[in-house]
Design a protein around this ligand. Structure first.
Ligand code: FMN
Length: 173
């Protein structure tokens, strides 16, 4: 029974190759989350899609608005290209803004949650993740296979751990 349980728990996330069609989706303002997403996609042989926030987040004004919009739980206008319904698993990454999920990923989840079959969430931050991943889970409203915070200053370590966990989530349970 134990072995069967183990197999069943490990099965859904055998992401490599043709077993599970996987998409890595990310929003990134300054490149950190993008880097994680690219490394994950490469390691897992997954497709990748960038969510573009049509609202400018550049400069000091953009920074201030970013924090404010995230705190208020605002949505935004976004662009992305891939059709989520074609994928078995989606890995979604966001930076943490004021302890919250970014408006771009909030909007993405709201627009696409019905098409998510299996979800893995990650967030990058400077050290205070707050309720970012919890918010993502609440917005999605389904069961999440795995969630992880990656600290900017320990990014390599975080990427390696995340890769290991995705390949064998049983280690997490
Ligand atoms: C508006 C704004 C708010 C932020 N708030 C937090 C925060 O609450 N906690 C934290 O640890 N880092 C915070 N950060 C830092 C980012 O989460 C971190 O640098 C992240 O890795 C950036 O990802 P990116 O390069 O993909 O945009 C904030 C950054 C911005 C721009």
């Amino acid at each position: 029974m134990r072995d069967l349980e183990k197999t069943l728990l490990t099965l859904p996330v055998k992401l490599k190759g043709d077993i599970m069609k996987t998409l890595v989706v990310f929003y990134s303002r300054s490149g950190t989350t993008k880097r994680v997403a690219q490394e994950l996609a490469k390691a897992l042989g997954a497709d990748i899609d960038e969510v573009i926030d049509k609202k400018s987040r550049k400069g000091i004004l953009g920074f201030l608005r970013a924090g404010y919009d995230a705190t208020r739980g605002r949505t935004t206008r976004i662009e992305f290209t891939k059709d989520l319904s074609e994928y078995d698993v989606v890995i979604i990454g966001t930076p943490v803004w004021n302890g919250r999920v970014t408006p771009a990923i909030r909007t993405y989840l709201l627009e696409n949650r019905e098409n998510i079959k299996q979800a893995i969430f990650f967030a990058t931050c400077a050290g205070r993740p707050g309720k970012c991943l919890k918010q993502m889970e609440e917005i999605y409203g389904g069961k999440v296979l795995l969630r992880k915070v990656l600290l900017r200053k320990e990014l390599e370590k975080g990427i390696e751990e995340l890769k290991r966990n995705i390949e064998n989530p049983y280690l997490l349970l």
